[in-house]
Design a protein around this ligand. Sequence first.
Ligand code: URA
Length: 432
Amino acid sequence: MNMYEILLKKRNGKELDQQELSYFVRGCVDGSIPDYQISAMLMAIYFQGMTPKETAVFTQEMACSGDMLDWKALHQRTVDKHSTGGVGDKTTLIVVPIVASLGVVVPKMSGRGLGHTGGTIDKLSAIPGFQTQISQEHLWRLLEKNHAAIIAQSGNLAPADKILYALRDVTATVDSLPLIASSIMSKKLALGANAILLDVKTGSGALMRDLDGSIRLARTMVEIGKAAGRNTAALITDMDTPLGYAIGNALEVMEAVQTLHGTGPEDLTQVSLSLAAGMLSLAGKGSFEHCFELAKEKLYDGSAFEKLKEITLGQGGDISYLECPKKFSLSPFQMEILSPSEGYLAHIDTLSCGLASMLLGAGRQKKEDKIDAGAGILLLKTVGDFVHKGDPIARFYCQSQSQAFAAREEFQFTISSEKPKGRTLILQKIGF
Ligand code: URA
C-alpha cells in the first residue's frame, strides 16, 4: 500500500477501506505522509465525499490516533455535549451543572473561541482563578467529587484531527460534511463518554446556515456515534439570532448565572433545558419530556447554580464572582447603537454580531490573539421587539473608540414595519 494509490482511489470516487484509512491517519500523525499528499487527500474527500461506512471508519481511526479516555472505573453514566458553535452560546455553563446535579457525570472538554463563534474556555477564563488546564488525575478526582468538570482540550486526544484541521484551514477544505463530522466526532469518541448529545446550530450565525445542511451533518454525526457504540443523538437548534442578550465572556457568565437563578432570557433557558433533557435522556434518566421536567426542577430550585459553584471551586475559580456578578469588570469604553427608524426589530445578522464582538476584543482573529474578558455586546432589544427611532438596540463594551467604530461598521440588523414570525428554538430532534 502507498499513499499515491490511496489518493488515486479516492480521487476516482472509490470507497477507501479500513486498512487504507488507517494507513492515511497513521501517516499523518507519524509524519511519514507529507503535507502535500495530506492536502491532496483532503481535497479529494472534499469533492468525492465519503460513504457513511467510510466516514465512521475514518472517524474511529482519528479517535484512536492518540489517547482514548475511559471512565468505566467511575461506575457512573457519563455524558458529553458538543455544540457546533454560535454567538452568545453559553449553554454549557448552564447545562453541565443541571445534568451533574442529577448525578450524571459530565467530563466536558471545551474549546476556545475563534472567529465569530465564542468558546466556553474563554468564558470560564473571565472567572478569576478558574483553571481549565488540568491533569487527567485531577480531572478524575473532580468527576468523582462534583460529577462534572469543564476543561480545555489538552494532551494527546485525536492528534490526527489537529494536523488535518490545520491543513483544512489553509486548503479551503473546512466546509466538507464528512471532514467536519469526523473532526468533531473523533474528539468526542476519544473523550470516552458513554453518551453524546450534539447541539447542531442552524441559521445566520452557525457553521451550517441552512436547515438541510444542519440535518445532514447531525445525521452523519449521530450515525458515527452509534456505529462506535455510543448512545448519540442531536438537537438542531436555532442560531439565526444570538442566544440570549449577552455576547462576550464576562457578559455571558453573568447571563448564565442569571439563567441559573431562573430569571434568564427565555430563549436561552428553553434551549438549555432542552439540551439538558437530551443529555439526561441519553444517560438513561427517562424520556426527553420527563428529563425536561427534571432539568427544570434543578434549574428553578437552585441546585444547578450550587453545582456551578462547586465546579468553579473545584477548578480554583473565585465563586464570589458568581455570588455577586457585579464584581465582573466590563470594558471601560461603551457605546450604544441606536435604531435608525421606527418599526420591529426583524433580524439581527448573527454572524455580523459575532464578528463585531470579536472586533471589540471579545474574540480572536488569530489563535495567538489576547481576549479582553470584559468586552462584548449587550443586546438591549431582541428580534420581534418594537423600537422607536433613536432607541438603543445594543451596547458595545471595549477599550477604545476605534474598536467601537469598527464593530459598528460590522454589526447589522433590520428594522421592518412587519412583525417577524415567532422563532422555533428546537427545529428537530435526531436519534432519540
Ligand atoms: N469543529 C471542529 O472541531 N471541527 C470542524 O471541522 C468544525 C468545527
